[in-house]
Design a protein. Structure first.
Lengths: 284, 134
């Protein structure tokens, strides 16, 4: 497969396009972002350099996030204020991460990426949604009008936001990770909002989706200037992911995704193991 | 805030959301269209060599800065056109934040107008920081 890049570049582009459509489609259905299939595919199957792959992964994240955003029916879950406020942390983290990215060894990036894949796969299968209890509001949250309401079958329910500063800190970390690995860190954001800040799950996931595109754009801007983003690579990937994620998001409410998630999670875990192996054996 | 005030705010939020989605659609459509055009030009070329992808060297300077990309694109250079499409894609979340800032200002929520502007500034400076940081 590796030699295809040199010998049959157009076939390589075609394969990449098809893979991107699938990745975008699955990503929209399972919430496991755009880059999770594309990066391992590029790096493991085609021996594309990790730096280019991470740059393209950021493009994937923006495409997935924006594609899903226009396709999902707006249900009034997203809390733009929480998202925007936390964006200060994630964007700052992303800028930090992107600026130091060239100094971080590729092996380390590969291994951490693999670990994130494993954790994502695990949580995708075994992660449980917690009981929704209304927490006590952090005074900072009230001062910033972060508390909100969301629609439930029983009508509009209000919720409070707790642990604002720790959540803020975790978002900074999510931003750095996003920049170093080219991922959206959506899972990390949902974790921080749902578990630490006691924000209802559906609000956390929709707000996270709003945020990941912005975080990725911050890193992507820096990567563009550093020359990590290759237009030839971007072409099939961007078009494929957009097509896939918009189709996937539209298909979402017509499909039961339980077993699909499990299969995807298993694939992700296998890819994760391979990435870790490659990183440890210094093949990056 | 009472539930009623929340509901009213939600209505303005929803209006802004609809505007944002419209902007996103335009942004994504133009980015995809440009990418398709550039892609076609690219494929039509002879002598395509992509082996450089397997050994990292930074992209040529013209493809790393917005003015450079724009110039290449205006000349009809395939890679310039495709990179311009990437820039448009990266721009869509940034424009989304700008619209949120506008929306907050419209609601006279100055705290969040400021917050959104801070995020916007960081996003825009990212593009310049990358070029300088090299």
């Amino acid at each position: 497969m590796e030699s295809l890049v040199a010998t049959s570049p157009l076939l390589f582009e075609a394969i990449l396009f098809v893979a991107s459509v699938v990745a975008g489609f699955l990503g929209a259905l399972t919430g496991l972002g755009g880059g999770t299939i594309i990066v391992p595919l590029l790096v493991l199957a085609f021996a594309v350099d990790l730096r280019y792959a991470v740059g393209i992964s950021l493009v994937c994240v923006i495409a997935t996030s924006s594609g899903a955003a226009i396709a999902y029916v707006k249900e009034g879950y997203t809390n733009v204020r929480i998202g925007m406020f936390l964006e200060i942390a994630t964007t700052f983290g992303a800028l930090t991460g992107a600026l130091v990215a060239s100094y971080v060894s590729k092996s380390l990036i590969g291994v951490v990426f693999g670990l994130v894949l494993l954790i994502s796969g695990y949580y995708s299968t075994f992660g449980k949604v917690k009981e929704e209890l209304v927490a006590k509001a952090d005074p900072l949250a009230t001062a910033l009008s972060l508390n909100g309401t969301y629609p439930t079958p029983e009508g509009m329910k209000s919720y409070n936001v707790a642990a604002v500063l720790p959540g803020f800190g975790m978002m900074y970390g999510a931003g750095v990770l996003s920049a170093l690995l080219g991922i959206g860190s959506g899972a990390l954001k949902v974790l921080a909002m749902d578990t630490m800040m006691k924000i209802p799950f559906k609000v956390s996931t929709t707000t996270s989706n709003f945020m990941i595109g912005v975080t990725a754009a911050a890193s992507a801007g820096v990567y563009l200037g550093k020359g990590y983003i290759d237009p030839v690579l971007a072409m099939p990937v961007m078009l494929g992911i957009l097509l896939g994620s918009i189709t996937g998001a539209r298909a979402l409410h017509r499909m039961t995704v339980g077993s699909l998630r499990t299969v995807f999670a298993i694939v992700i875990c296998l890819l994760g193991i391979e990435m870790i192996y490659k990183g440890i054996s210094g093949q990056f | 805030m009472t539930l009623k005030e929340h509901a009213k705010e939600k209505w303005t939020d929803r209006m802004i959301e609809h505007m944002v989605i419209a902007v996103l659609k335009v942004g994504l459509l133009s980015a995809s269209g440009l990418m398709l055009v550039g892609g076609c030009f690219f494929i039509w070329q002879s002598g395509i060599d992509e082996s450089y992808l397997q050994h990292f060297r930074s992209e040529p300077a013209a493809l790393r800065s917005i003015p450079g990309i724009y110039q290449l694109a205006m000349r009809g250079d395939p890679t310039g056109l495709m990179q311009m499409a990437v820039v448009l894609l990266i721009g869509t979340p940034i424009i989304r934040v700008a619209f949120s800032a506008l929306g907050f200002a419209f609601e006279r929520d100055w705290k969040f107008t400021l917050i959104a502007l801070v995020v916007l500034t960081m996003l825009i400076s990212g593009i310049f920081a990358g070029i300088v940081g090299g």
